[in-house]
Design a protein around this ligand. Structure first.
Ligand code: NI
Ligand code: MN
Length: 226
């Protein structure tokens, strides 16, 4: 399984059997100006919640890639109303199962609304299993005890956690989250995009390392394999 970071909280997960794009925010992110998706193909676009910095490119990309948009009922309804044709609407506790694996929608402690102020339901995260590997993407959230439920259902090979603070978990909370989830490997997202979420990345890596956890911070456009 290959994970490619596209800046902010946007990344893809690719395996032989499926290709997934999460929280698309590329064309509006100056730091991701060099990202070119022309030759890419995505089967699914996952949206953790309705905030602009997670859905900005969703409508355009859904059409461009002929992709299925997966999120909660309210976000998906808004996407359908705005022209998205292929959708999956699940909710907390729910899982999409397919021949390549499964995607579970899990809770997050955050807020959510669509860019026009429409109700977006509650924000979430995703537990994504492809072949024999499982990734947990928190979405925007604070640390929460609900995270302790995650490893009761799946062993987490990689956590993809917000670490920028201010709007979400900061590094200290994310270290605790990794311990709750019982994972030893985390990719950091939702940092350094805007001034309030600028962090010292070396210090962040050290904070995780002290607890025996590896923090991966790929360049925008860079990939990691698990
Ligand atoms: Ni948000
Ligand atoms: Mn956000």
């Amino acid at each position: 399984m290959q994970i490619t970071f596209y800046g902010h909280s946007c990344f893809s997960i690719k395996a032989e059997s499926v290709s997934i794009l999460v929280d698309p925010f590329i064309s509006f992110n100056p730091a991701a100006a060099h990202i070119d998706l022309t030759d890419e193909k995505f089967d699914y676009i996952l949206l953790s919640h309705g905030h602009w910095d997670h859905i900005a490119d969703a409508i355009e990309y859904a059409e461009k890639f002929d992709a299925t948009v997966l999120s909660n009922v309210e976000v998906v309804k808004w996407m359908s109303n705005n022209g998205v044709k292929k959708t999956v609407d699940i909710n907390f506790g729910g899982t999409l199962t397919a021949d390549w694996g499964k995607i579970k929608y899990v809770t997050a402690h955050h807020s959510s609304s669509m860019p026009d102020g429409s109700y977006a339901g509650n924000p979430g995260g995703f537990v994504i299993t492809i072949d024999d590997k499982t990734v947990y993407y928190t979405g925007d959230t604070s640390v929460m005890f609900d995270m302790k439920l995650i490893p009761m259902f799946n062993k987490i090979d990689l956590g993809i956690f917000c670490i920028g603070g201010y709007y979400t978990m900061d590094v200290n909370e994310a270290v605790l989250a990794a311990q709750f989830v019982e994972t030893k490997k985390v990719m950091g997202v939702h940092y350094n995009t805007f001034p309030p979420i600028h962090i010292d990345t070396n210090q962040a890596i050290e904070s995780f390392k002290k607890e025996g956890i590896e923090l991966l911070l790929p360049e925008i456009g860079g990939s990691i394999n698990i």
